[in-house]
Structures are given as C-alpha cells and as structure tokens.
Design a protein around this ligand. Structure first.
Ligand code: GUN
Length: 282
C-alpha cells in the first residue's frame, strides 16, 4: 500500500483564508485587529525559525504581530516583568513565550505568569485544567492541528485505536486528551514503554511526538494506519521526522510529511487561538 500524503501546508492555507475573513469582520465590529506578541529568550536556532514563521503568517491574516527578543542571560524577574506588562496591554490579545527557555528559567513559573486569557499556547494551568475537564478553552496548538489534519482526510476518530508516542505537556498529553474527547481508545507510549512496536502495531491512528529522528520504522506501523509525525529533528542538511517516512509510506493509508505536515497547522492554530482570545476576552 502506498499512503496518501496529508498536505498540512494546504490545510493551513485554507484555515488562514477563513481566519482572515473572520478577522476582517471582527474589525468591522471592534475597529481593532487582534494582537499577538511572541517572546523569544536566547538564540536557539530552531526557535528563531519558528518565530519568523509565526510573524510571517500572523501578518497575512491581519493579526498585529510583535516579537520581543531577549538575551539568554535574561533573569526571571526581567522576563516576568515583560509578561506582566503584556498582560496589562489592551492591544495584546495573545502572548506566546517560545520554549524551550534557557535552563535557569523555570518554564512552569513563566507560563503561569501569562494571563490565562492571553495564553494562546494553551499551556497555562487553568487552560490545561479546562482541557482535562472537557471545557472550552484556549487549547494547545499542535494537538488541535493534529485533530484537524485527521478529520481533513475524512477519517472518523470515534472507536479507533489511537496510539500517542510521547508524553510531553506540549504535544503527547494534550493530544491524548483530544483523541479521547473524540471517542478514540487511546494508549500513550513513552521512553519506558516495553515492546513499543507491539503497541504501535495496533494503532489505527499513530501520533508520534518523541523527538528522536526516524525512531518509528515501517515494521512498527499497522497496515492502513493514519500516521501523524510531529517530529522536527534538525540536521545540517535536512529535517527528519520521528517516523522513517520512506518505510512507513509503504504501510500506512495516510501519512504527514516532515516538513509540511503538522508544523504549518501548529502555526495556523496559534493564529486561530489569537483570534479566539480576541473574541472572548479582547
Ligand atoms: N516550542 C516548540 N513548540 C512550541 C509551542 O507550540 N509553543 C511554544 N511556546 N514553544 C514551542
């Protein structure tokens, strides 16, 4: 079987077209455009690239986008002070602090200083709690994008065996909750899982967010599965997914490429969340 490639760039483009219309109609009501501020601490290369993309696509849908760049030596007090100012700025509806932060800065403290109404990453403890209890909230971008990618190919998630490889707060855990909300039977695997391949082989829907290049090989994929590869493992010459694409493409029914799969949808979802925050709380 040769899998169909799920085109994340195209779906993200369609999402932005709809979003731009919404932003323009909100402007008619509020005489204001949504504002998104990204805070980037340090000089992590991958983070800098993400942030440039966020700026580029925000502008395309008439979101006013700003980036605050701070040196890697920034103290906790300096960073929290910047966040407090953004919390109190009526022109800023979404705040995103790019992760990972330099080691001396505690991510949880920083994230929970962001007003939960402006937490467009959906990482604040209040938004996490709302997600866990099934309430509407600002929800994490990558997992929401994953659900949209799966639904875009006409696959009904209900009743499917979904296996999530990875248990991060950013992707694995919220992805498992969203799949559960869609009535999948969900298994979460991680670095201590025994016989990983045996578990992944039962997955009708396989979401891989483990952060290790090409860890999931073709023999670990169930024939006909939908494979969502969240990995972005950078090397000098190429970006590798967490799935060995050349093998998995011959086994799965649908597969996301890296790049061009999940990544564009994460950014589209961030823009959606910014507009949602603007609508709800702006
Ligand atoms: N670093 C990698 N992915 C993300 C994300 O979705 N949000 C933030 N803030 N940082 C990230």
């Amino acid at each position: 079987m040769q899998a169909q490639i799920i085109d994340g760039r195209e779906l993200a483009k369609q999402t932005r077209i709809k979003l731009k219309k919404k932003v323009n109609s909100l402007y008619e009501q509020k005489s204001k455009y949504p504002g998104l501020t990204v805070v980037l601490v340090g000089d992590d290369l991958a983070s800098a690239a993400y942030v440039r993309n966020k700026e580029k696509f925000a502008k395309r849908v008439n979101i006013i986008s700003n980036t605050i760049r701070m040196p890697k030596e920034t103290t906790k007090e300096e960073l929290l002070d910047v966040i407090e100012k953004l919390n109190n700025d009526n022109d800023v509806h979404g705040i995103l602090v790019q992760l990972p932060l330099p080691k001396h800065l505690d991510e949880s403290t920083v994230i929970n200083t962001i007003s939960y109404e402006k937490d467009v990453d959906g990482f604040h403890i209040i938004n996490s709690g709302k997600l866990l209890s099934g309430q509407d909230s600002l929800r994490p971008c990558t997992p929401t994008g994953i659900i949209k990618l799966i639904e875009s190919i006409g696959v009904n998630i209900e009743g499917k065996n979904a296996v999530v490889v990875g248990r991060s707060n950013i992707v694995g855990k919220p992805a498992a909750l969203l799949l559960l909300e869609k009535n999948a039977t969900v298994t979460v695997c991680h670095s201590r899982t025994r016989d990983l391949g045996e578990v992944t082989n039962k997955a009708d829907i396989l979401v891989v967010a483990i952060g290790r290049a090409e860890m999931i090989t073709g023999d670990m994929v169930k024939p006909g599965a939908v494979v969502i590869d969240v990995g972005s493992n950078y090397t000098e010459d190429k970006t590798y997914g967490d799935v060995k694409f050349d093998e998995a493409v011959n086994v799965a029914s649908f597969i996301t490429p890296v790049p061009g799969g999940v990544g564009p949808m994460t950014i589209a979802q961030l823009l959606e969340n910014t507009v949602k925050a603007f609508e709800l709380y702006g």
